[in-house]
Design a binder for this molecule. Sequence first.
Ligand code: SIN
Length: 521
Amino acid sequence: MTAVSGPRPERFSAPVTGDPSRILIVGAGLAGLFLALRLAPRPCTIISPAPLGQAASSAWAQGGLAAALDPRDSPEKHAADTIAAGAGIVDPAVAHLIAQEGPARVRDLIELGVPFDRTADGKLALSLEAAHSMPRVARVAGDLAGKAIMGALTTAVRAASHIELIEHAKAVELLQDTNGRIAGAILKDRHGRVSTFTSPETVLCTGGSGGLYRVTTNPQQARGDALAMVYSAGGVIADPEFVQFHPTAMDVGLDPSPLATEALRGEGAILVGAKGEPFMTNYHADAELAPRDEVARAIHTERAAGRATFLDTRRTVGGHIQDHFPTVFAACMAAGIDPRTSPIPVAPAMHYHMGGILSDIWGRSSLNGLSVCGECASTGAHGANRLASNSLLEAVVMAARIAERIGNEALGIAGASTGLVPADLSDEALQPLRTQMANHCGVVRDAGGLAKLLSFIDQTEHQHGPARTVIAARLIAAGAADRLESRGGHFRSDYPQTQEQATRTFRSLPVTTETVSEAHA
Ligand code: SIN
């Protein structure tokens, strides 16, 4: 850590007040909304940074939910594919649990009104995506699953009397008592007004970290703030170096980048160079349907050699792209590309954070009073390379488990609490950090680049203070620098081998009784 010359963090304190049974849910994506609904009749409050349903990555999801819904499929096969894709560090117990409970959660979403695509005889129409051994992805109107699911859940949440909604606010810090127990959060509204919210259980459902990277498919506000808050409070962060780059973000100069869903490759679309020449068979026997990390690296390699890369949907998807993939079609047309007549320029982009706040199988973090759900959590389900369409599934399975646990458990009581709020990074300071993250901690990494990045992060902290963004970026970069092997989404050109012994990474501050008391002094 460097000595800091930027703005000093501001301290806020909260007495023990508020409704002692009300659960605080920070974040309003799929995990937060599904959890709130499952908590009924227990009162809960959702903190949403934007009007409900907007600005959550879940609403942008083009894929759907992978689940063993076909009689020829089974949770065992789904778990086996999840474990194989995860490159050695998926927790098999978690993979099995999610695969087992997944089909029931998809049925819950159907009951909530999600209109999953059906075959002519009324069965769920299931799509094939990379590294799945059979079609098992339930989708809506081709590529509109996220929007349709969030639409149905938003309606249900607005109608639920046990749910209070605070829109246009975000959590900027956790409240912690002298024993280290989390007692709620410090909130900031859109006018910059700060307030405290105490709760017997706080659940972080804040999404991912893509906004830390120059090129991402996530909303820019998803910058890993929750990871930084939990780390600063003494909690454990797992596998932060494992970032998933989606191979086929559209390379059309937009920030965030629109996605060309993997289902297009599932339907036969091919990756080609500028003259239409396919190249994936040079890299992997499964070509376009190889695991996501392999496809992202192949495209990265082509581009690093100065060769342009495109996704050609013309032959297999053809004119159907307009009806079957309306989001992709609209994004292409808005960028001046007609995918019925031209291939789509594509490049890898930061898409999903496999690492995150350590979570057990009931969604508990390592800090008392704090649970985590969705992309900000690391349950061990995704390992080093998440299997496509497993993230929405994990979010609903874990949200249901957290609600079940909270319903059955006597919740603890925190004492008077406090929290230190660091200043945000200005946009002027953030943009160079995003560029450095993309350049040095992207699809391919090495010791020299990571050392440059870590030194840049230290300088940024020195000049601008210990902003959440800086701490989250350092967690990812330091994890990548320390992992001296290549595994899944983490590829080191200086350590291309995968070590025989697969290990997860756990990072935390050395928090002692003295440091907790100092924070309260
Ligand atoms: C996609 O549709 O390609 C993305 C799905 C996912 O990230 O699981």
